[in-house]
Design a protein around this ligand. Structure first.
Ligand code: GCU
Length: 663
């Protein structure tokens, strides 16, 4: 029930359960998740001296009563407080489970005051996508873009092709499901969206092992989804085609779906990356994304299944000399014309920006262009482009900015409102002691879950919630120091890495550390076009790729004009001279220098602040983990500063107005 010995308790240390565990708790008899609530109550009261009882029918007198009651949504719960006692009511065990962790979060405050309030998640599907491989991938390793050790679901066996398998011991998966339930996540897909041959077989000969994963997730109300290969009928079924219009192909998928749901009755559905970065898809047969997604949707519909069809589709073999192809346009050009053609049980999963999880990008215009489609917002909790869980970067502020972005005009809606299909994100967890490599990266997992439940929550409040539980029992100075280090860390990272929305400039392949021209002449479509006069990508309608025109008004005008484009995105939309003066009053070149110096200075100050409190922290392993990563963050930030500043000094010939050392 609890985390295995090797795993850090994250935000659920025993101390966080003291306010509940000291009291008398009564839990109704009920379904699987209600049983989990009862086990949680028993564990908490055993640890802290309270008592836990079960009941049927009328609730006994207790400080906390968990009762089943009709009339509430599937995952909702209602909290009633009176005279120091609390009743949590829900129509299912999942609701009770969410209510239980709600009380844990509140601590003693849960028992103050009186009244009644109802809580329910903003969206029905709140999923994490693991990019875990079963076989060791020669470049990506065990987890694609994973920075926290190996997969918690799979063992790569002896490392030879074909020897990977679902782990025998899935206790870590159970502990993970518990963390997820405590933040409101209700679904995970466990294998990489780039589905290699080994993982494809999860659907067939490995189904019983996939069912074991589902069983480990189930007590905490987390559903299993699988990423599937479009080519599965050929790869696994021996068919000559995977054309979505072919009768045998349809029958193969229908049988596959029947088999999966027979083995896993609460299975969630399939995640698909098709015709993207070398993955097979319906284009090979002259069919489009809607044809492909709908065929799969039909196969899973009898079981209430969902198809998450990813919109991350672009030409990754473009020519840097060709300025008419713009990767930023690709998802829009492929998907917007298909609006209204997807079946109801298809969710088109759209990355938050038009490129690829950069530290700063505009919001993807696809999110506003498909009003007749269930779209999901896709975020990246794993820090592929944001420090790879070596740098302390809290992404809550980025995500709240994304979710609250208002497209205005006709659509007049925020991203959170448009994301009718819910929220998805690439997971950041592995078998690392702290789950996430950098212990502070736990805050990102925490904030993602809580934001999917309530996109209106404040990133700062969520940070404090995470600190309060994770460091329960530590003093207020420590909490304040960690708060100050993390609250602004996303902007700090932006300062010492890629300026003004230009993105990338990372080392090709693994994407860690600076390499300003690393992708400049590659086929991936991620260019900055810096020359001796200026920098940036002209994406205007007037003279550029026209990407700015894909936004509804007023954004298309805002981004089109140098007068109104926000500073932080200017180089995404415009190619400007180094002497161009930003709204901030600084020139582009001076902004590059200033922010790179400031970013490094901020990291130095953060380390000092950490050193001032870390000596008194009881968890010495955590302190050692953070110390080690801070040393690397500083080294890397200095590397970024010096490479970026030197590059632009050499290109532009413009000296730093403050005469600081640039190499
Ligand atoms: C990025 C990432 C890849 C991943 C891809 C995706 O490009 O670098 O590793 O496969 O996104 O989202 O599918």
């Amino acid at each position: 029930m609890t985390a295995t010995a090797a795993a850090h308790p994250a935000w659920l240390p025993t101390a966080a359960f003291a306010p509940l565990g000291r009291r008398a708790i009564a839990v109704v008899q009920g379904d699987a998740q209600t049983e989990t609530v009862a086990a949680e109550a028993a564990a908490a009261t055993t640890a802290h001296g309270g008592s836990a009882v079960r009941f049927t029918g009328e609730a006994p007198r207790a400080d906390i009563v968990f009762a089943l009651e009709g009339g509430l949504g599937d995952e909702a719960f209602r909290v009633r407080r009176a005279d120091g006692s609390v009743t949590v009511a829900a129509s299912s065990g999942r609701g009770l489970l969410y209510g239980f962790f709600h009380l844990v979060r509140l601590g003693e405050a849960a028992f103050e005051g009186s009244g009644e309030e109802t809580h329910e998640p903003s969206r029905a599907i709140r999923i994490l996508n693991h990019w875990d491989n079963m076989d060791l991938h020669p470049v990506m390793g065990a987890v694609e873009r994973g920075y926290a050790g190996a997969s918690i679901f799979f063992s790569v066996g002896d490392g030879l092709p074909g020897s990977g398998h679902v782990r025998d011991d899935l206790s870590r998966v159970g502990a993970y499901a518990r963390l997820l339930a405590s933040i409101g996540i209700n679904a995970v897909s466990v294998n990489n969206v780039n589905v290699h041959h080994r993982e494809a077989r999860l659907l067939t000969d490995d189904l019983e092992h996939a069912a074991r994963i589902a069983a480990a997730l189930r007590p905490y109300g987390v559903r299993l989804h699988l990423a599937v290969s479009w080519a599965a009928p050929v790869m696994l079924g021996g068919l000559a085609t995977s054309d979505p219009f072919d009768a045998d192909v349809k029958a193969w998928w229908a049988e596959a779906a029947d088999r999966v749901w027979a083995a896993i009755p609460d299975f969630g559905g399939f995640v698909v990356k098709a015709d993207s970065e070398g993955q097979p898809g319906p284009f090979a047969y002259g069919r489009d994304h809607a044809d492909g997604a709908n065929m799969l949707a039909e196969a899973v519909a009898p079981h209430g299944g969902i198809i998450h069809w990813r919109a991350f589709v672009y030409n990754h073999t473009q020519d840097w000399r060709d300025r008419s192809t713009d990767r930023a346009r690709a998802a829009f050009d492929h998907f917007a014309p298909l609006d209204g053609r997807f079946r109801d049980n298809v969710i088109v999963q759209v990355k938050f920006g038009p490129m690829d999880f950069q530290v700063r990008e505009p919001i993807s215009p696809v999110l506003a262009a498909m009003p007749n489609t269930r779209v999901a917002l896709e975020l990246q909790v794993t820090q592929e482009y944001t420090g790879q869980q070596k740098h302390a970067v809290y992404l809550g502020p980025q995500w709240t900015e994304v979710m609250r972005f208002d497209f205005g005009g006709d659509s007049g809606q925020t991203v959170a409102a448009l994301a009718q299909g819910g929220f998805a994100a690439v997971a950041n967890v592995g078998d690392d002691e702290f789950w996430t490599g950098h212990p502070f990266a736990q805050a990102n997992l925490y904030a993602y879950g809580r934001l999917t439940w309530n996109p209106d929550a404040s990133a700062t409040d969520l940070l404090d919630e995470w600190i309060g539980q994770t460091f329960a029992g530590e003093d207020a100075t420590t909490a304040a120091a960690i708060h100050d280090i993390l609250a602004d860390s996303w902007r700090t990272y932006e300062k010492y890495t890629t300026p003004l929305g230009v993105g990338f400039m990372v080392r090709p392949g693994h994407h860690y550390g600076p390499d300003v021209d690393g992708y400049e002449y590659t086929p991936w479509g991620t260019y900055h076009f810096a020359d001796r006069d200026g920098i940036g990508v002209d994406r205007t309608v007037a003279t550029g790729t026209g990407f700015a025109g894909l936004y509804p008004s007023p954004w298309r005008e805002t981004y089109e004009s140098l007068e109104t484009v926000p500073d932080e995105l200017i180089l995404f939309f415009h190619h400007v001279p180094y002497a161009h003066v930003l709204h901030s009053g600084t020139t582009v070149i001076q902004h590059i220098y200033d922010t790179h110096f400031e970013g490094v200075e901020r990291v130095q100050r953060d380390i000092e602040a950490w050193n001032a409190v870390s000596g008194s922290l009881r968890d010495r392993d955590l302190v050692a983990g953070v110390d080690e990563r801070f040393a690397e963050q500083l080294r890397s930030a200095i590397e970024w500063r010096d490479q970026v500043n030197t590059y632009f000094l050499r290109k532009s010939g413009v000296a730093d107005a403050r005469g600081r050392r640039i190499y």
